[in-house]
Ligand binder design. Structure first.
Ligand code: SF4
Length: 170
């Protein structure tokens, strides 16, 4: 299945709800770009060329969460630039989870292992069983090494990860 059942069900329920209310136009996905800057300069990247004048701009956390609230789309795709260099990415994800959104992070994955380690570290004392299980899943998927997991004296991450021709989606 391309998308998890829970995700498909949530989107379907949202669309049906909008149709029943007679809403003519509504968003299903908000493409949130908290920043345009990127840690890479890929050949042919239109993004960093088109936004060359705003590479230093950055949205505040409050503006990001406010935009999601206002849009009310059930799914938020956090893009960039590179979203993992957004200084408040953890707080942004947490805030969107509290809004009960489905979150995609469109990342070039360069900082993913680091972020996973940091997250594992932050969660180990809070939910050790979950961290243990997710460590196993991530190792099996080849997303982290045994060494990374051993270093989770700092933590683990709960993520479903897939990769397509345009990069990672976590
Ligand atoms: S990772 Fe993406 S946004 Fe960054 S330079 Fe490459 S194509 Fe552009």
């Amino acid at each position: 299945m391309r998308f998890p059942l829970a995700l498909t069900t949530k989107i379907a329920a949202y669309i049906i709800g909008q149709k029943l209310r007679g809403t003519k136009k509504f968003a299903t996905v908000l493409q949130l770009e908290p920043l345009h800057t990127c840690n890479l300069t890929c050949t042919g990247c239109g993004r960093i060329r088109e936004y060359s004048t705003s590479l230093k701009d950055i949205m505040s956390l409050e503006d990001c969460l406010g935009a999601a609230e206002e849009c009310n789309a059930p799914m938020i795709s956090i893009c960039g630039g590179e979203p993992l260099i957004y200084p408040r990415i953890e707080a942004l994800v947490q805030g969107l989870l509290e809004q009960k959104r489905i979150i995609y992070i469109c990342t070039n994955a360069m900082f993913m292992r680091k972020k996973m380690r940091e997250w594992m570290a932050s969660q180990l004392s809070i939910q050790p069983k979950f961290v243990e299980e997710k460590s196993g899943e991530l190792i099996a998927a080849g997303l982290i090494t045994e060494k990374d997991a051993a270093g989770r004296a700092g933590g683990c991450i709960g993520t479903s990860t897939s990769m397509d021709s345009s990069g990672f989606t976590i």
